[in-house]
Design a protein around this ligand. Structure first.
Ligand SMILES: NC(=O)c1ccc[n+]([C@@H]2O[C@H](COP(=O)([O-])OP(=O)(O)OC[C@H]3O[C@@H](n4cnc5c(N)ncnc54)[C@H](O)[C@@H]3O)[C@@H](O)[C@H]2O)c1
Length: 341
């Protein structure tokens, strides 16, 4: 499959963090891009600088079957990223399932009926639960700990089922934790790296949930988006499930030190709070399959990626203190306590 100016690409969740980077990469190939987003966590500004003629944002909900069936007409390839996140699933499990799982089944149905030639389902490393061994190949058991992980797993099972049952050209990718420009510090979308970095830049302590020995495999957003795009292009990826990660594992307490050093505050205070329910303790990708099938190799090191993100915050002109006004510290609780420590 090639993406060029003759192709029409639909990106659900394309106004979000990873989606907007993917839209930029697809637009750079001259295709026409239809972004479907209800802007619950995405932002119009994430698409700033892209031509209106080439990239059209449609304000729609992926749960709206009728609208989605209409939008699929004439589309060549769908990248499905719209979802509600892990912390949202802790306070609102049913809504999380409806968006992440049920809507995926409906979108696959609509795409197949509309003759869409390729459907890339963007899943998550959260489907694995805590690693039983590392690095984790795609054959590692899937025992998600949260409704988010379970609903993402349901979505990927539907995509594989469409391939097995109907021969539908669906692909599943499992990105590991991603960070970079346009990542979320706010509300229940807030992620560890932006929260650490903004707190450092504002001269505030970093908050670690649990003892900080839990590990993650972090990938810079331009790398993750390139992996997703490659999965849509490679014919060998059809019917496959592919990790998108680096194979580098870092404990959250080491990450706190790394962020502090990049931010120029190597002795920043770190506060430990009670662990988050359902927190996965270990994640580390085996990236062999992505390398073999997609030629995918993350390019950015964590140190360089953190420095780039710091620069992005600085050049945004928004003071870290102002951005932190939108932070909820225990952001899986509906009435999440705001700590201004
Ligand atoms: N960020 C990560 O570390 C990470 C890691 C693994 C997998 N992923 C996956 O990547 C994808 C994108 O994640 P992200 O981090 O960019 O999150 P994000 O919240 O920035 O993007 C999701 C987008 O979906 C939109 N959306 C939510 N519900 C919708 C609905 N009902 N209808 C239409 N649009 C809706 C949101 O407004 C948002 O723009 C998700 O599928 C996620 O599971 C992300």
């Amino acid at each position: 499959m090639e993406i060029d100016r003759s192709k029409r690409v639909l990106v659900t969740g394309g106004a979000g963090f990873i989606g907007s980077e993917l839209v930029r990469q697809v637009a750079a190939l001259n295709a026409t891009v239809l972004v479907v987003d209800n802007l619950i966590n995405g932002r119009r500004e994430n698409l700033d600088g892209l031509s209106d003629e080439q990239v059209r944002l449609v304000f729609a909900d992926v749960r709206d079957d009728k609208s989605m069936a209409g939008l699929m007409k004439g589309v060549d390839i769908v990248f499905h990223l719209a979802c509600l996140g892990v912390r949202h699933s802790i306070h609102s499990p049913h809504e999380n399932h409806a968006v992440n799982a049920t809507a995926t089944l409906e979108l696959l149905t609509a795409a197949k009926e509309a003759g869409v030639e390729r459907f890339v389902y963007v899943s998550s490393s959260e489907v694995y639960g805590t690693a039983r061994w590392a690095p984790m190949t795609e054959e590692h058991p899937t025992f998600p700990l949260t409704v988010y992980g379970a609903s993402k797993l349901a979505g990927e099972c539907y995509a594989r089922a469409f391939h097995r049952t109907y021969g539908y050209p669906a692909v599943v990718v499992r990105p590991f934790n991603t960070y970079g420009p346009r990542c979320h510090h706010e509300g229940d979308s807030g992620e560890v790296i932006p929260k650490f970095l903004l707190r450092c830049l504002a001269g505030r302590p970093l908050v670690v949930f649990g003892d900080g020995t839990q590990t993650r495999d972090f990938t810079y957003v331009s790398d993750t988006a390139r992996g997703i795009l490659l999965a849509g292009l490679a014919d060998t990826a059809v019917g496959e499930t592919i990790n998108l990660g680096s194979g580098r594992e870092i404990a959250i307490k080491e990450l706190a030190r790394e962020v502090s050093s990049v931010a120029g505050r190597p002795d920043a205070e770190v506060i430990h709070e009670e662990a988050r329910p359902g927190d996965v303790l270990r994640l580390c990708a085996d990236a062999t399959k992505a390398r073999q099938l997609l030629g995918f190799e993350p390019r950015m090191t964590v140190a360089d990626g953190l420095a780039m993100l710091k620069q992005w915050y600085i050049s945004s002109g928004q003071p870290p203190e102002a951005l932190l006004e939108q932070e909820i510290v225990r952001n899986w609780e509906l009435d999440g306590e705001r700590i201004n420590a």
